[in-house]
Design a protein around this ligand. Structure first.
Ligand code: DSN
Length: 423
């Protein structure tokens, strides 16, 4: 195990744990992290998460708490709320949800009763567990009806969405997902939701940073509620937000606290405020557009190497590769890539004949490598590494994977990752 690179107090108190943190720092420095929902936060965001704000309890909202001693906490939360409202152009923001799944659950609590029908994108088509998928509480406690994508184009089938909405009259419609490589047409969803009198929840967890940076259309004014995590393209701490029109503010706030949660995680709230300040800077617009440019360049380079991409490419930060024609299962490829120092996740593709735990695809994305400063000029090399790794996986060629791992680490040494200690 490698030596911890920093954290003197932790090293002193718990060397075993400190060594694991140090090893993770090394791993994140040396590997090309392509999981589209991950990123590198800034040193400032990281510091905010490790402050004494974590020592506090503060049930309630700013100015309306159940505990005293909130002189600073109220200001921290107000800063985060006001920054969220400014960055996303929304009337109301709640920055307390612990993460994306609780945020979505709060939306159910605010706008539906157990047993009500909800409409969301099917998980294997690119949706999220909490959009009413059967194994999730949201699919067990509510009646989840699911839409998908068209065979061939792999684009959302709005005829199906409209037909299902008219027939099933859902209380809530979810749009957004975890493996959607194309622009979400919020206006089309909004029109359908209004027609059937449903609440439209836009789950922008994956693309929040792109929306903030103007690299993806905003769900405002089409969605009634916007749900997002704060740690993906938005490059904040592990946390979430619910944003809404002013008319839904009370319902949203009541659902988060006291409906679902206890005390907010104030150190996370502080780090969200820092991330939102960063997201408001002009350089974040550049970042968001660079994420998309890199993903498009990577998709082009993979297509040129004969890879099948779901929907034929990407409009955002994410590329979904169908490896069926390469005769390498997604899981085998993902594990080989990991050994080559390229971190991805295996993923189902729409209409996948294989099982979710052993699917046909891998999901990749560019938020993290863009945070390290890699540009479009490097994407052909990234595609080459992916291609060589998949070929090595097919042949069981461990030596080839080790060579790639060395090349990856060598290149990345020239692109220090934000927030990681330097030697
Ligand atoms: N687990 C997240 C992702 O990887 O997309 C979604 O919650």
């Amino acid at each position: 195990m490698s030596q911890p690179l920093s954290h003197p107090a932790l090293s002193d108190a718990d060397p075993e744990l400190a060594a694991l943190v140090g090893a993770e720092e090394q791993l994140q420095a040396d590997t090309l992290r392509l999981i589209p929902s991950e990123n590198y936060v800034s040193a400032a965001v990281l510091e905010a998460t490790g402050t004494v704000l974590q020592n506090k309890y503060s049930e309630g909202y700013a100015g309306r708490r159940y505990y005293e001693g909130q002189q600073n906490i109220d200001q921290v939360e107000t800063l985060a709320v006001e920054r969220a409202k400014a960055v996303f152009g929304v009337e109301h923001a709640n920055v307390q949800p612990y993460s994306g799944s609780p945020a979505n659950l709060a939306a159910y609590l605010a706008f539906a009763e157990p047993g009500d029908t909800v409409l969301g994108m099917a998980l294997p088509m690119g949706g999220h567990l909490t959009h009413g998928w059967g194994v999730s509480a949201t699919g067990r406690w509510f009646r989840g009806v699911q839409y998908g994508v068209r065979p061939g184009s792999a684009l959302i089938d709005f005829d199906e969405v409209r037909d299902l909405a008219r027939k099933e009259r859902p209380k809530i419609i979810f749009c957004g997902g975890t493996a959607v490589p194309r622009t979400i047409d919020f206006a089309a969803f909004g029109e359908i939701a209004r027609e059937v009198d449903a609440v439209l929840v836009a789950d922008i967890a994956h693309i929040a940073g792109l929306v903030a940076g103007g690299a993806h259309p905003s769900p405002v004014p089409h969605a009634d509620v916007i749900s997002t995590t704060t740690h993906k393209t938005l490059r904040g701490p592990r946390g979430a937000m619910l944003m809404s029109r002013a008319s839904h503010a009370k319902a949203v706030d009541k659902a988060v606290f006291p409906g679902l949660q206890g005390g907010p995680h104030n150190h996370t709230t502080a780090a969200i405020a820092v991330a939102l300040r960063e997201a408001a800077a002009p350089s974040f617009r550049d970042y968001a557009h660079a994420v998309v440019a890199n993903a498009k360049a990577l998709a082009e380079a993979l297509l040129a190497r004969g890879y099948d991409l779901v929907s034929g490419g990407t409009d955002n930060h994410l590329v979904l590769i169908d490896l069926t024609s390469k005769d390498v299962p997604g899981k085998v490829a993902a594990k080989a890539l990991d050994r080559a120092g390229i971190v991805v996740n295996y993923n189902t593709v729409p209409f996948d004949p294989r099982k979710p735990f052993d699917p046909s695809g891998i999901r990749i994305g560019t938020p993290s490598l863009t945070s390290r400063g890699l540009g479009t000029d490097r994407m052909p090399l990234v595609a080459e590494w992916i291609d060589r790794s998949v070929q090595a996986a097919a042949k069981g060629d461990e030596d080839a994977l080790a060579v790639i791992r060395g090349e990856v680490a060598e290149l990345l040494a020239g692109y220090p990752a934000p927030g990681l200690p330097t030697d």
